[in-house]
Design a protein around this ligand. Structure first.
Ligand code: IMP
Ligand code: MG
Length: 178
């Protein structure tokens, strides 16, 4: 069957094999750093679910997973507050928490989320992102575990969407006319 989405993709940035290698690299670092500590993976919906599913299967340590959906308040001035659309079920006090994100762009969502989760007193809090887009950064936040870096272009696939579309592409590509 012909892939209905492929016609909108200009070029492939990370093939399935490239992604596998990025996931393995990040998982190896987490396996080493968290050996014996049972971290909680906090997966940010929706973009990170595919990455998180692969990452979790590449971990050989005892770990748990929970999900959260947040959005920044829109408006003319930033309140420094994020809107929790769906919160964690897990009490993170005393836990080693790893936020799992698809891509860090401006960093503003993660900056605010970090503040919110810190107020719940985790034992530690780190950020794991499949991709980093440093050219877009506005807030002072950086990933502790980073799969790969992208330039100033809009990418889709492997969980990343444009208007809820293209999340199911197995690779990551640049959209035509982006
Ligand atoms: P920010 O770091 O607060 O600007 O938000 C990052 C979020 O924006 C990511 O979790 C993605 O959902 C989305 N995003 C940023 N860059 C891209 C992209 O190139 N393609 C698809 N989504 C993106
Ligand atoms: Mg996202």
């Amino acid at each position: 069957m012909i892939n209905e989405l492929e016609k909108d993709i200009d070029r492939i940035l990370f093939s399935e094999d490239d992604i596998r290698k990025m996931v393995q690299k990040v998982a190896a670092q987490i396996n080493e750093d968290y050996a014996g500590r049972k971290p909680l993976l906090v997966v940010l919906l929706k973009g990170s679910v595919i990455f998180a599913a692969d990452l979790m299967r590449a971990l050989v340590i005892d770990c748990e997973i929970d999900f959260m959906k947040v959005s920044s308040y829109s408006g003319t001035h930033s309140t420094g507050v994020i809107n929790i659309v769906s919160d964690l079920r897990t009490d993170i006090a005393g836990r080693h928490v790893i936020i799992v994100e698809d891509i860090i762009d401006t960093g503003s969502t993660l900056f605010k989320l970090k503040g919110l989760l810190e107020s719940r007193h985790p034992a530690s809090l780190k950020i794991c992102t499949l991709l980093d887009k440093p050219s877009g950064r506005k807030a002072d936040v950086s990933g502790d575990y980073i799969g790969g870096t992208v330039g100033n272009e809009f990418i889709v696939g492997y969980g990343l969407d444009f208007d809820e579309k293209y999340r199911n592409l197995p690779y990551i590509g640049v959209m035509r006319n982006s």
